[in-house]
Design a protein around this ligand. Structure first.
Ligand code: AMP
Ligand code: MN
Ligand code: MN
Ligand code: MN
Length: 306
């Protein structure tokens, strides 16, 4: 299976393995023509990725995957086509990162009680961008031989119920959707099948998301099984949401699907990109344009066929 669009991917700027330029090169090699960079709570990698994309002839959609606390549950909202320079968005993301820094100290303190020393320094050493993620702690615990796999690190220490779990205190849903919209982007609920929510609470989440200006939901996702894709195609149709498609690629370690290897959106879906205007490089009047999705939703791409 291959997909020309891949609208959810990570780099070393958050908890991915590849640099932005390496991510773009791999996406291109996998046949992706429109790639969104969606690192957790940062847009740090966008300029490097946009330059690499412009040089290699694919369109780069600037994005971010923003953590939200909704009724005590962490939910991820992907922003697509946002302007990284927007000051309200930038301030909001900076606040999220400040929470991450505080949480990292708390996680390390809890690990210390379990006689696991130096976790803060260890996780920070493995982080190459501006955020500290639980993934960096998982890699530290694996590296030091405390666990046999990253999955075990989450289960035993970092996930809810684990010995070093610290509940998320992220921004609220309307706030995050507001940041994304204010920066000219579209808000999309990430990997909806992953949340431990009852059908009723999930319906409430989606209704509130739509009411505050949310645009879409990931129907096809690297972390969904085929039944989940069909289930969320029906949810998108019922709620009048656009459908997105993304691998959630972090690198080849772990449970992730490779870039551009997703099932197509089910027929009933209206793609989140349905009104994106694709400009060919030669039409744009620029010799080497940054491939961006601007406020008019224009994707600059050297290909004419998208
Ligand atoms: P954070 O945003 O720092 O709380 O970390 C969340 C990230 O941890 C997710 O985006 C995943 O990349 C990773 N993650 C969460 N749960 C697991 C798990 N069970 N196994 C491996 N990685 C996980
Ligand atoms: Mn992640
Ligand atoms: Mn996520
Ligand atoms: Mn993700």
């Amino acid at each position: 299976m291959s997909s020309r669009y891949d609208l959810h991917a990570h780099t070393v700027c958050s908890d991915g393995i590849l640099t932005p330029a390496e991510l773009v090169a791999r996406a291109r090699a996998q046949g992706v023509e429109v790639l969104a960079l969606t690192d957790h709570d940062t847009t740090e990698g966008v300029s490097e990725a946009a330059a690499a994309a412009a040089a290699s002839g694919i369109a780069l959609i600037p994005g971010a995957e923003i953590s939200v606390t909704w009724e005590g549950q962490t939910v991820h909202v992907v922003g697509l086509g946002l302007d990284p320079a927007n000051p309200v968005l930038a301030q909001g993301l900076a606040r999220q990162r400040a929470f991450r820094d505080w949480r990292a100290q708390e996680i390390a303190r809890r690990l210390e009680k379990r006689r696991i020393h130096g976790a803060l320094e260890g996780a920070a050493r493995l982080a190459r961008g501006s955020i500290l993620s639980r993934t960096h702690f998982a890699r530290f615990l694996l590296e030091q031989g405390y666990v046999r796999s990253a999955q075990r690190a989450f289960k035993q220490f970092l996930a809810r119920g684990g010995a070093a779990y610290v509940p998320g205190k992220w921004a609220a849903l309307p706030e995050v959707v507001g940041w994304i919209r204010g920066a000219g982007g579209q808000a999309v609920i990430a990997h909806p099948a992953r949340y431990p929510l009852s059908a009723g609470r999930l319906r409430r989440l989606i209704t509130e998301f739509k009411d505050c200006g949310g645009a879409g939901i990931e129907v096809v996702c690297g972390r969904h099984d085929p039944q989940a894709n069909l289930r969320f195609a029906a949810v998108a149709l019922e709620h009048g949401l656009l459908a997105s498609l993304g691998s959630d690629y972090h690198g080849l370690e772990g449970p992730w699907v490779d870039l551009g290897r997703l099932a197509p959106l089910p027929e009933s879906c209206t793609p989140v990109w349905h009104d994106w205007k694709v400009l060919r490089t030669e039409d744009s009047g620029l010799s080497s344009p940054p491939s961006v999705l601007g406020p008019q939703r224009s994707v600059l791409s050297p290909q004419s066929s998208i």
